[in-house]
Write a protein that binds this ligand. Structure first.
Ligand SMILES: [Zn+2]
Length: 123
């Protein structure tokens, strides 16, 4: 995980900073108190603590959304976001771009493509 993102994350249980840890093939984020959050095969980390009232989208729902976005139906929105980011983002230090409710990360990817050197955090 990019250190510019990692340094901004906190353990959802105790609020201590998180660090990346690897044990064999398992990658995780851990806090000094021992709370651990595995990195999924796809590269994301679920920082929800306890049971979530929402189970999230199914794989089928995500695939349908990704297919719809890949067809270009909302490319105008992605381009507008990228253009705006280029106009308002500082050149240095490179910004951390956060997309709450990021879904597939489609729009965040468009912004990051327009801002080489920026880091992204999809929530
Ligand atoms: Zn903790």
């Amino acid at each position: 995980m990019d250190d510019r993102v990692l340094t901004r994350l906190r353990c959802p249980v105790c609020a201590e900073p998180l660090t990346a840890a690897t044990a064999g093939t398992t990658r995780a984020l851990r806090c000094p108190r021992g709370h651990s959050f595995d990195t999924a095969r796809q590269g994301y980390v679920n920082l929800l603590a306890g049971r979530s009232p929402h189970t999230g989208d199914s794989a089928e729902m995500v695939a349908a959304r990704a297919g719809f976005l890949a067809a270009g139906h909302y490319d105008t929105i992605a381009a507008a976001l990228a253009d705006t980011a280029v106009r308002v983002a500082p050149a240095e230090p490179y910004p951390l771009v956060v997309e709450p409710g990021a879904g597939t990360g489609h729009y965040l990817a468009a912004v990051l493509a327009a801002l080489p050197g920026a880091a992204g955090l999809a929530l």
